[in-house]
Design a binder for this molecule. Structure first.
Ligand code: GAP
Length: 500
């Protein structure tokens, strides 16, 4: 049975099973910072490796880079982050508690349709919003820049001021020409990057969902501005169905997404370019490939007042979390030529490249995933209570441990044989060996850790060299010859969910 886990259920599971811990927990934790434990560290790698495989290695038109966390400070002036990367901070006049103004209003049911100081001030006053902690009067919301600052070199002077990157994207833009030349790329092409990003969020919350240090998986896909509808992969995605909530629908007060095909979304003008529509489709294809339920995903367009300073049109891919409703796990923006033009202006370096005999500054479509949010969505989505068992029904592609190996009884020759099978499987898959407690308890521990397959060495193993292969979700067991196990498990992972 699929249950609707609460935030406490997810937090408890993550901490008790070693997926994620509040960072600095022995000192009470540092708000907005999280560390991955043994299972989380493996799962993080599985998700990002699959992302890299799907979007970079399996394609011919995307290459990867790996940029610095601290880069030239002019980057952030050019990108507009120094000026515009702000949220509104509101403080209690009585107890000094600080809140993010739009979140505070949303928490008391006020719809925030504009992110301006004037709108937020008026909304707080008109709705009589008070400090949730002490009931005190609130001051006026003031803009607060989210970038963390630091100093490069020993002197803490203005000249040495630098920023921890708030998005990985800018490193792709500043390296644009070098990447284009060295990888001998021709438009259209993409550059991908995975790495840490930092935002001094006013109110980090919902466990890892809104953190101050997190990880992004981003692609900047460069297209000739005259060819935004010239997508050679269109036939692969045009028939894909999605749940779409446009800005126009939201402005009419519509809350539920409508079911359309990608082609209908483009033909109706809801998604204004084919390349943008293509990247919405590809994102959904990857998110379902790693196991997220399709009916829990939707593409929601940003209304005008939500758009980032660089964006022409943005769709958030939102996942319906059981404990907080629809929330963004990925943003897909049409950033136009904004970033490359700004870097050209601020650096004085030409950002144009040749395409079809003319020089162009490409447009950019940007799929930007939050790795930690994808992981949180996967864990929430996979949380099940089946009878008296708690099962993390993760897709094996992202399960931190693929297979558990167990001797039915903890004595020879079962233990030696089980260790031999474990060593065999460990060369191909993340595996665990467990001989502690009853076999039922061992299965239960593995189920909670999301281990999709269990291999048990029993009496029959010594007669015909077979073992039982147990399936986490159904508890079904089949017998498999030991030598066939690696191929069998690899096939099961590849064909998971397709009835294979
Ligand atoms: N380069 C575009 C960009 O950074 P964004 O919508 O601000 O766009 C992209 O961020 C993704 O990064 C989001 O969809 C989300 O998954 C993740 N993200 C943003 N802020 C985050 C935070 N405070 N904690 C965790 N993930 C965050």
């Amino acid at each position: 049975m699929a249950v609707e886990p609460s935030l406490e259920d997810i937090t408890r599971l993550c901490i008790s099973r070693g997926f994620a811990f509040p960072s600095g927990r022995i000192y009470g934790g540092l708000a907005g910072f999280f560390d991955y434990g043994p299972l989380g560290a493996e799962m993080r790698l599985e998700v990002l490796n699959d992302w890299w495989y799907y979007f970079v290695r399996s394609r011919d038109d995307i290459v990867g880079i790996h940029g610095c966390i601290i880069t030239h400070p002019r980057t952030w002036e050019a990108s507009g982050h120094v000026e515009s990367f702000i949220d509104y901070l509101v403080s209690c006049k009585k107890c000094g508690a600080e809140y993010r103004a739009d979140h505070l209003l949303e928490d008391v049911g006020v719809e925030v349709t504009e992110l301006t100081s004037e709108f937020l001030t008026k909304a707080i006053k008109e709705n009589g919003v008070k400090c949730p902690k002490c009931g005190g009067e609130l001051g006026d919301p003031v803009p607060f820049n989210l970038m963390f600052t630091t100093y490069v070199g020993p002197k803490q002077t203005k000249a040495n001021l630098a920023y921890l990157r708030p998005e990985t994207a800018q490193l792709i833009f500043t390296n644009f020409k070098d990447t284009h030349i060295t990888a001998r790329l021709k438009l259209p092409f993409g550059v991908a990057q995975v790495g840490r990003a930092f935002r001094n969020e006013i109110s980090p919350r919902n466990f890892t969902f809104r953190a101050r240090e997190f990880e992004q998986m981003e692609i900047e896909y460069f297209v000739n501005p005259k060819k935004l509808d010239d997508c050679p992969y269109w036939d692969e995605v045009r028939g894909l169905e999605l749940n779409l909530l446009t800005a126009e629908m939201q402005e009419r007060g519509v809350k539920e997404a409508k079911r359309v095909t990608i082609e209908e979304a483009y033909d109706s003008g809801a998604i204004t370019t084919k390349w943008h529509a293509y990247w919405v489709a590809e994102s959904l294809r990857w998110l379902t490939r790693i196991g997220l339920r399709e009916d829990r995903l939707r593409a929601r367009e940003h209304v005008k007042t939500e758009l980032a300073h660089y964006a022409v049109q943005t769709f958030d891919i939102e996942y319906k979390f059981s404990f907080m409703g629809w929330k963004e796990i990925e943003g897909i923006s049409n950033r136009s030529d904004y970033d490359l033009r700004r870097h050209q202006e601020y650096s004085g370096k030409d950002m144009g490249i040749h395409d079809d005999g003319e020089k162009v500054i490409p447009y950019v479509i940007e799929p930007s995933f939050g790795l930690d949010r994808v992981i949180l969505a996967l864990i929430t989505d996979a949380y099940r209570v089946i009878g008296d068992r708690r099962v993390l029904s993760l897709h094996p592609r992202v399960a931190p441990i693929k297979v558990g190996v167990y001797p039915l009884v903890t004595k020879e020759p079962f233990v030696s044989k089980a260790r031999e099978v474990y060593r065999l499987l460990k060369t191909r898959f993340t595996a665990l060996y467990d001989e502690k407690g009853s076999i039922g308890r061992r299965y239960a521990r593995a189920d909670e850790a999301g281990v999709p397959f269990g291999v048990t060495i029993d009496g029959q193993t010594f007669e015909d060299s077979t073992v039982t292969l147990r399936f986490r979700d159904t508890r079904e067991q089949i017998r498999v010859r030991i030598e066939e196990l690696p191929t069998k498990i690899a096939q099961l992972i590849e064909n998971w969910g397709s009835g294979g």
